[in-house]
Design a protein around this ligand. Structure first.
Ligand SMILES: [Zn+2]
Length: 490
């Protein structure tokens, strides 16, 4: 249900920039986000009241035709009712752009829709509950502008938005500005949001022409690679070729380890302070100001660690998708492994969260589409770590502590992550036919042991499915500005 048609050869992509609003703009932004929340909550109250009224009438045996008329919850209907009611219930409405209220109503229409479809069983994934009220504490402040003056200034340091005017960006907007100036990008909308670290971002949803493997990208002589996601801090990613060479090793960035040490210290401090739970009387209590300050710092440190990790992963996955034709990754049942208890839990928990395999797969799945390469996912039971890359023997009792794979059959001694990467590369090699016929034929690759994520025949319109999830604002990683599928909190 796309609200617009994507022209042939164009892709939807988000460009996200941190912004530095002035104090006055900050106040206006807060006001707009509050207005969106107000519209959402106000109309949710009305929808719920009408539904309850109809249910009550039905229980009295009133015929369906005589019930209080139901109000539709499509966006145009919600908007129409809101416009009739805003003068009475929100006499201050003119202080904010109409786009603010539209943001809230759009979110409500979508969440009601998701709930209704989920109830019929037609929606994939977990069941969706009835929308809850938005609170300032729970919801992430955001507002989306779809009409009016939305512009990236040519000085590459400012953007222009309706009502808010000129906002300074924290970083250069050149990546988007260049494309806009060259006519290969069209801005569809701009979403402003504030993250948990209180920084404001603008995310431009844009149509990009001809998003393909850039000509300047160095093509690696190794078309097929396997990528192992390290669980220990020494390597975040290890990339190897099917013939056993290790091509690339992405070390875990130093600031990440530093922030982890910082987190441990902060968490110990928070535990000593007057927290919200009294373990003696087993009751909740008002936490101290100092506990709150420490907790806020823990949140900021987590946020910084996540940002560092995301940056490294974005750079690595872009290089991978641009340079290689077939990229094989493993599929870990991360949720299942995290719920495993005992002593394993602590280390695995942190390592897995850090290694962020899920993040890598998600980034690779759209970047391989952009750059015309293929992602092969080894299935969950593919023993990439436990198989010897030298002789094919198995070592079923390999533990995470074993950093080196020592084969008792052929005597090979090899770095654990490298061994796994080689095995994955070989799987990718057998699963794809890139060596013989080129990428156009690798659509038939999906088979036992692997699942082809990207169908190369659909490269041209790959963005279609992303956009058809209805104008979700996509927010991606920092400077590069990329589409990721973490939608706005609805
Ligand atoms: Zn062996």
């Amino acid at each position: 249900m796309a609200r617009f048609d994507i022209p042939d050869g164009w892709t939807v992509q988000a460009y996200r920039f941190a912004i530095d609003p002035t104090q006055q703009q900050h106040t206006m932004l807060r006001s707009h986000c509050g207005a969106a929340r107000f519209a959402f909550n106000h109309m949710l109250t009305l929808v719920t009241a009408v539904m309850d009224q109809r249910a009550a009438e039905r229980s009295y045996g009133i015929a369906d035709t005589d019930l209080t008329p139901s109000i539709g919850w499509s966006l145009p209907k919600l908007r129409k009712i809101w416009n009739q009611r805003k003068h009475e219930y929100a006499p201050w409405w003119a202080e904010n752009s109409k786009e603010a209220y539209n943001t809230g109503l759009d979110a409500l229409a979508r969440s009601l829709d998701n709930w209704a479809i989920s109830r019929t069983g037609l929606r994939a994934g977990k069941p969706v509950g009835f929308p809850r009220f938005k609170t300032a504490a729970r919801s992430r402040p955001s507002v989306r502008f779809t009409t009016g003056t939305i512009r990236v200034e040519s000085d590459r340091r400012h953007i222009v938005l309706p009502r808010l005017g000129r906002l300074r960006t924290h970083e250069s907007t050149r990546k988007l500005a260049r494309r806009v100036e060259a006519g290969s990008a069209r801005i569809l909308s701009a979403t402003l949001s504030q993250d948990s670290r209180c920084r404001w971002y603008v995310s431009f949803q844009t149509l990009i022409a001809g998003k393909i493997r850039p000509v300047h990208a160095r093509r690696s002589p190794d078309p097929v690679v396997g990528v192992d996601v390290g669980v220990k801090a020494d390597a975040l990613l290890v990339v190897a070729a099917p013939d056993g060479r290790e091509l690339w090793r992405v070390p875990a960035p130093k600031p990440l380890a530093a922030s982890r040490a910082r987190l441990r210290a902060l968490q110990r401090r928070a535990a000593r302070q007057h927290g919200p739970y009294d373990s003696v009387t087993k009751t909740r209590r008002l936490p101290s100001k100092r506990w709150q300050a420490t907790t806020a710092r823990i949140g900021r440190t987590h946020g910084r660690a996540a940002a560092i990790r995301r940056d490294v992963l974005h750079k690595a996955t872009t290089t991978l998708a641009q340079q290689h034709q077939v990229i094989t990754v493993e599929t870990l049942n991360v949720a299942g492994m995290r719920s495993a208890g005992g002593a394993r839990k602590k280390g695995m928990n942190r390592a897995l969260a850090d290694a962020a395999l899920a993040q890598i797969r998600q980034m690779l799945s759209y970047k391989t589409r952009w750059y015309g390469s293929d992602l092969v996912e080894a299935d969950r039971w593919f023993p990439s770590s436990k198989t010897c890359s030298g002789c094919g023997g198995r070592k079923p009792n390999l533990t995470l502590a074993d950093r080196v794979y020592e084969c008792e059959h052929c005597g090979v001694s090899i770095d654990r992550d490298r061994n796994a990467a080689i095995n994955l590369a070989r799987l990718g090699d057998t699963q794809s036919s890139v060596g013989e016929q080129g990428p156009a034929d690798s659509g038939s690759a999906a088979g036992r042991g692997a699942r082809q994520e990207t169908d190369p025949t659909q490269v041209g319109d790959a963005a279609g499915c992303e956009a058809s999830t209805r104008l979700y604002t996509t927010s991606g990683g920092g400077k590069a500005g990329t589409v990721a599928s973490e939608g706005m909190a609805a």
